[in-house]
Design a protein around this ligand. Sequence first.
Ligand SMILES: *[C@@H]1O[C@H](CO)[C@@H](O)[C@H](O)[C@H]1NC(C)=O
Ligand SMILES: *[C@@H]1O[C@H](CO)[C@@H](O)[C@H](O)[C@H]1NC(C)=O
Ligand SMILES: *[C@@H]1O[C@H](CO)[C@@H](O)[C@H](O)[C@H]1NC(C)=O
Ligand SMILES: *[C@@H]1O[C@H](CO)[C@@H](O)[C@H](O)[C@H]1NC(C)=O
Ligand SMILES: *[C@@H]1O[C@H](CO)[C@@H](O)[C@H](O)[C@H]1NC(C)=O
Ligand SMILES: *[C@@H]1O[C@H](CO)[C@@H](O)[C@H](O)[C@H]1NC(C)=O
Ligand SMILES: *[C@@H]1O[C@H](CO)[C@@H](O)[C@H](O)[C@H]1NC(C)=O
Ligand SMILES: *[C@@H]1O[C@H](CO)[C@@H](O)[C@H](O)[C@H]1NC(C)=O
Ligand SMILES: *[C@@H]1O[C@H](CO)[C@@H](O)[C@H](O)[C@H]1NC(C)=O
Length: 393
Amino acid sequence: MKIHCALFLALASALVVADDNCQKDVTVNSQEDLNQVSGCKSYSGSITIDGAPVANLNLAGVQQISGDLTIQNNGGLTSVVLPNLQSVGKLTLFNNTALTAITMGSLKSLDAFVCQNNPRVNTLTFTRGVPNLETFQIIDSSVATLPLLNFTSITNLELYGNRNLTNITLNNLSQVNGYISIVNNNREVTVSLPQLSSVGQNCTFANVQELSVPSLQKVKSNLNINDNQFKNFTMDKLESVASSVSIINNANLEAFSFAALTEIGGNLLVVNNTEIGALDGFPSLKAVDGSIDVRGTFANVSFDDLQDVKGGFNIMSTKGIDCSKLTGDYGSSSVTGGTWNCKDKSSTSDVTSTDNTESTSAALALRPIGDGRVGALTLGGFTLALFAAQQLL
Ligand SMILES: *[C@@H]1O[C@H](CO)[C@@H](O)[C@H](O)[C@H]1NC(C)=O
Ligand SMILES: *[C@@H]1O[C@H](CO)[C@@H](O)[C@H](O)[C@H]1NC(C)=O
Ligand SMILES: *[C@@H]1O[C@H](CO)[C@@H](O)[C@H](O)[C@H]1NC(C)=O
Ligand SMILES: *[C@@H]1O[C@H](CO)[C@@H](O)[C@H](O)[C@H]1NC(C)=O
Ligand SMILES: *[C@@H]1O[C@H](CO)[C@@H](O)[C@H](O)[C@H]1NC(C)=O
Ligand SMILES: *[C@@H]1O[C@H](CO)[C@@H](O)[C@H](O)[C@H]1NC(C)=O
Ligand SMILES: *[C@@H]1O[C@H](CO)[C@@H](O)[C@H](O)[C@H]1NC(C)=O
Ligand SMILES: *[C@@H]1O[C@H](CO)[C@@H](O)[C@H](O)[C@H]1NC(C)=O
Ligand SMILES: *[C@@H]1O[C@H](CO)[C@@H](O)[C@H](O)[C@H]1NC(C)=O
């Protein structure tokens, strides 16, 4: 009996291990190839399904893929069902132009999920939720409702160009170790990340209708709030941003508040937000390691606690700000290290310009900010935005 059992086990494992069809990187583009792969309970290697003439892809037999699974360029594919797949490396769905539904019935472990350029996808189902993973991206796809995204931490999260996506609510996400980018989804999109407290790299929100990040405390690279539709936002728990903060081109923005923000490691740029009445959203800001540049049509400017701007300080408004008072408050070299420049309604040129630096080089000359890579990239964007803003005023 004992012998029988052992023999049976040995045979069973020999069958699995010895099956050559289940253990190499493979590209599948015919029904025949597909049949072979779908017989593998455990696949050792990566599978790419590219240009296969199938309408409904159901890999019911596959439970584990040690490498990646890529499903791409299958023009006739309408549905993908992976009912029993429990673990895979990177799962990519790219350029499947007729694909409408993707169903993952058992997935509990994956490194990355990428759904890109699938213009008809509207249902994305992860029955077991999505576990903590490295990267989750949905890009230029027509997903209208997010699947159950109950991960608590992630490296990178990107939701870009999904025109049908109107609600981005991730109740359990607290930690983004890499970047978060929520850009150009439906113009009506609501973004709610109630527990998000820290972002390791860039944090970008663009084209958003309503933004709620009430627990955000730290952004360890750039914070970008550009081209949004909201009238106001608050980030009142945010304490520090390691690189730059930019608030650009938010056409309806009337007010914002960063009640607890004390330190910006790069530049502060607030330009072309034509509805802001008073630029007073930084009551606790003490130190800016780069430059400050604020331009627009606001009537008041105040930085109640500002003590140290290492770079230049540029304020311009076509409304009733008073440059003589502002120069008294911030223009001295004890506050502003670089060029001070204030231009109000009555100024025909930069009449209050003074240079607090030793050289006469521009306020926005390159300054090292954080690690060189981020600083250089940031300043590239900064200069561009300034140039554009100048045309507005
Ligand atoms: C998308 O897939 C189609 C086949 O369905 C292919 O002809 C086309 O080249 C692919 N496009 C890209 C950008 O890969
Ligand atoms: C996406 O939205 C457009 C416009 O509202 C609609 O015509 C289209 O059917 C939607 N696509 C999907 C896949 O839901
Ligand atoms: C996510 O949801 C699934 C299914 O409901 C559950 O098994 C899992 O524990 C949840 N994970 C978290 C972190 O809430
Ligand atoms: C969030 O996590 C809790 C457990 O901590 C779980 O019960 C809940 O279903 C999760 N919700 C979402 C939407 O992820
Ligand atoms: C967005 O979805 C969440 C659940 O995921 C729901 O609680 C919330 O009410 C929705 N918000 C809007 C504006 O529809
Ligand atoms: C923010 O805007 C919403 C509407 O977009 C409004 O209901 C709310 O009162 C505003 N809050 C503040 C503090 O201005
Ligand atoms: C600007 O400040 C003045 C004086 O402090 C105040 O009367 C006015 O209401 C403020 N304007 C705005 C738009 O906050
Ligand atoms: C961070 O943002 C900057 C400027 O917006 C960009 O150039 C850079 O590529 C971003 N870095 C990452 C890791 O996304
Ligand atoms: C400034 O905002 C207006 C109105 O939203 C927009 O048309 C214009 O392109 C913006 N300018 C720049 C330089 O971004």
